[in-house]
Design a protein around this ligand. Structure first.
Ligand code: SAH
Length: 363
């Protein structure tokens, strides 16, 4: 307990108390507390997304993003014979912008709106309120779990959701790997290493030749979400589309990052006031899905995916309809697709029932 001062009750103090009581914690535990603590977690308060928040996401850049994803799902819905009832589930819908754009476009297809059951998976109460405002007309249902209505096909969309799930880090040493942990020194939180070595051959082959000091990240939470939804899709039919920054092949690298006010911050500084995220290991997630019986076409970059779906043509027709916003539309197109912007860092994973031909992926 801090000496001399009255014990304060900030999230940082409670994390320090927990470390004093039970020892250093995994980065996954730290990240889960920082993001999802019921009172002080980052996503429980405030408005992280948008120009007034800490970061901007693709759907907040342009309506074109959600509209094209709407077209993507209408196309799959048609491929499975336009079922009269299906679930559309969004993981981490943020402000509801993506889904509002998606549905405005998709419900132009005859029968889509009548067949739709909209399910939202969202842990943040203030963001749920925003979603209710934007999506109320579609009568969404907010679920506490990833269970979906039995029987119906299910389509899942997740943009910048998997990067927010808690991950663990392991550091290569001469005697194997050691988990990287969060401990503290006085009032300062700091990283340390577990004293227990993990044998190199217990790690994925892709990282076994890592040099000492290199970091390997695993995300059990992400894998479990994919496993559960893959099992459901394998049974009921459907597909999941996940868009996020990440890498196509399992590799080493410390990608844990903290963002506040549109800039990078220290991961251990101001817990609960800073967004924490990490790159997504898409290879591992695709492998979990294929083990569950789904198929995954080769990952697409966000730029290629949107171009194949016709974003350039959509930008032209929007600019024709609103000449005064032509410059803003051109800028948005570049931000979403250019390699030096979001175009190649962001990748698109599709996992789906066998036999479907997803639009936007290389044939
Ligand atoms: N998809 C939105 C928001 C991305 S930010 C967009 O593209 O703008 C991440 C979203 O996931 C937020 O809505 C956040 O509240 C939600 N989220 C993060 N961790 C979650 C969890 N464990 N369970 C449910 N929702 C979560």
């Amino acid at each position: 307990m801090p000496t001399g001062a009255a014990m304060s009750d900030s999230l940082k103090d409670r994390i320090a108390l927990e470390i004093r009581t039970t020892g250093p914690m995994s980065i996954a535990t730290y990240m889960a507390l920082c993001l999802s603590h019921p009172r002080d977690g980052y996503y429980r308060q405030g408005r992280p997304i948008g120009s007034a928040g800490d970061f901007i996401t693709a759907p907040e850049i342009s309506q074109m993003f959600g509209e094209l994803i709407g077209f993507f799902f209408v196309n799959l819905w048609q491929q499975i014979g336009e079922p009269k009832s299906f679930t559309l589930l969004e993981l981490g819908p943020g402000r509801g912008t993506l889904m509002a754009d998606l549905l405005r476009a998709a419900t132009k297809a005859d029968g889509f709106a009548d067949a739709l059951h909209l399910q939202l998976f969202e842990s943040s109460p203030p963001l749920r309120t925003e979603q209710a405002t934007r999506l109320g007309d579609y009568h969404p249902y907010w679920s506490e779990s990833l269970d979906v209505a039995a029987g119906d096909p299910v389509f899942v969309i997740a943009n910048e959701f998997f990067d927010a799930l808690p991950l663990r880090q392991y550091v290569r040493a001469t005697d194997g790997w050691h988990e990287r942990l969060v401990g503290h020194d006085g009032d300062t939180l700091m990283f340390g290493l577990s004293p227990i070595p993990i044998a190199n051959d217990a790690m994925p082959v892709a990282v076994q030749s890592a040099a000492p000091g290199e970091i390997y990240e695993t995300n059990l939470a992400a894998a479990r979400v994919i496993q559960q939804l893959s099992t459901t899709i394998a049974r009921q039919g459907g597909a999941l589309l996940a868009i996020d920054y990440g890498y196509a092949r399992t590799q080493t690298g410390d990608t844990l990052q903290a963002v506040r006010d549109h800039g990078f911050a220290n991961v251990l500084d101001r817990p609960g006031e800073t967004d924490l995220s990490a790159h997504v290991d898409f290879e591992t997630l695709a492998a979990v899905a294929t083990t569950a019986g789904l198929v995954a076409p080769p990952l697409a970059t966000q730029g290629d995916f949107l171009m194949r779906l016709g974003i350039a043509e959509r930008a032209k027709s929007l600019a024709r309809a609103n000449p005064q916003t032509a410059d803003a539309i051109a800028t948005a197109l570049t931000r979403l697709t250019a390699p030096e912007a979001m175009g190649t860092l962001f990748k698109v994973l599709c996992i789906m029932s066998p036999g479907l031909q997803p639009a936007g992926f290389a044939a």
